[in-house]
Design a binder for this molecule. Structure first.
Ligand code: FAD
Length: 396
């Protein structure tokens, strides 16, 4: 069977491992972090994510759709909270019954790793940092950050092992190592490789609303939104009856209005009075003392495929701002599209790798642009009458 080496065991790397486990390939996955299933706290981005049809279809192909969807909270509409803290407007996502699903990121990632690992042909190497790709030799350069490394085992062949640095060969290399991809970085000098990176002026901070007597503090089956012009607050329910609440605002706004305890409390009280009451002064103060606003980056590149055996996928290929809720969903679709492309090409790796990029780059750029557009919409346009009017006549 052919071998595939995957950089990164995040959402897209873990799903790719499930796809190739199913195909019976020899799969090795190199992940910088420890095994998240053994960790108490996992640092990283958003606690929960909105899973949409795009992502569900990919999960379906590896038999995980039903299980994952049942572990989430369905969201049927946006609920826009007005500034008085008492009135709302409801914007359904689609026809009755159509919904997206709020999913816990860590749980989703763990389920996919465990699912892939059920196949004896799949091995995860945690605490293995991909440093670069040696594209002349078609090898991943991996550094083991815990001793001793368990490489080589099977499938991928360790071409040489120098101290903790290992050169891994595989028939196919999939770079799923996120927005700051080490694999992509080592491709930067390749002629005609286009790359662009934009940090938007907004950052984000995550907070929590606790369960109220073991009940949801707000209506759970909607996406809560407090659009306030150039900043916005959102909240998504979790299965444990808490809400993950995220404020998106320009860094200048964080500095100007949220840098002292007094300021941040009056900012929340004035702009999001109903959320303010449920978040509580203590929690807001503690969070803003502990965490700094995180940046948001949008990345486009082209092509996504190289040397007949290397593909960039997920955020490594197309990190996008989170306002369209499509970063992970689009990454999941990458896995599905590549799997189907391999089948269409009778598992001929070189021709599938070439065809994939041709198919995928424009779609990825388009979703990236839509995400940027929705950034405008969520923070402001949903409040405008023209939008409300348009939404009334939308079928979706
Ligand atoms: P990542 O999730 O970043 O995973 C990359 C993995 O590679 C990690 O495990 C990392 O440790 C590992 N890694 C990194 N470097 C190396 C290295 N050198 N060697 C080995 N391993 C390495 N998307 C949605 O679809 N819906 C949403 O609702 C949504 N909400 C979001 C909210 C926020 C605030 C943010 C910031 C993003 C959101 N996204 C959402 C986007 C989503 O988080 C990403 O698109 C998704 O995580 C991409 O998955 P990935 O596997 O490509 O990258």
């Amino acid at each position: 069977m052919p071998s595939v080496a995957i950089a990164g065991a995040g959402l897209v790397g873990a799903l790719n491992a499930c796809f190739f486990a199913q195909k019976g390939w020899d799969v090795s996955v190199y992940e910088f972090r420890k095994d998240i299933r053994t960790m108490k706290h996992v640092q990283g981005r958003s606690i929960n994510l909105a899973l949409s049809q795009r992502g569900k279809s990919a999960l379906e192909a590896v038999g995980l759709r039903e299980y994952i969807v049942n572990q989430g909270v369905p969201l049927y509409a946006r609920l826009v909270h007005n500034k008085d803290g008492k009135t709302f407007s409801r914007q359904p996502y689609g026809k009755p019954g159509e919904h997206i699903v709020s999913i816990n990121r860590r749980h989703l990632n763990e389920v996919m790793i465990t699912q892939a690992e059920k196949s004896p042909n799949v091995k995860f190497f945690f605490e293995h940092k991909v440093k670069s790709v040696d594209y002349e030799k078609k090898q991943l350069v991996v550094q083991c950050t815990s001793q001793p490394s368990r490489i080589p085992t099977f499938g991928t062949r360790a071409a040489s092992q120098d101290h903790a640095e290992i050169h891994v060969e595989a028939d196919l290399i999939l770079a799923c190592d996120g927005a700051y991809s080490a694999v992509r970085r080592s491709l930067m000098t390749i002629p005609r490789f286009d790359f662009s990176q934009d940090y938007i002026e907004h950052g984000y901070v995550e907070l929590n609303i606790m369960a109220n007597n073991n009940k949801f503090a707000f209506e759970e089956n909607v996406f809560h939104l407090w659009p306030r012009g150039h900043f916005t607050l959102i909240a998504l329910a979790n299965r444990d009856k808490t809400f993950t609440v995220t404020i998106f605002a320009p860094f200048s706004e964080f500095e100007k209005h949220m840098s002292t305890t007094e300021d941040v409390l009056s900012f929340f009280e004035e702009n999001f009075p109903d959320a303010f009451r449920l978040l509580g002064k203590e929690h807001i103060t503690e969070t803003f003392n502990r965490v700094k606003p995180q940046p948001l980056v949008s990345i486009k590149c082209s092509p996504h495929s190289f040397f007949d055996n290397l593909v960039l996928m997920g955020d490594a290929a197309h990190a996008m701002v989170p306002f369209y809720g499509q970063g992970m969903n689009c990454g999941f679709e990458d896995c599905l599209v590549f799997s189907e492309t391999l089948e269409e090409h009778d598992n001929d790796i070189a021709s599938a790798v070439r065809a994939y990029s041709e198919k995928r780059v424009n779609d990825a750029h388009t979703i990236n642009d839509l995400a940027m557009y929705n950034y405008e919409e969520l923070k402001d346009l949903v409040n405008r009458n023209s939008y409300k009017l348009r939404k009334k006549f939308d079928t979706i």
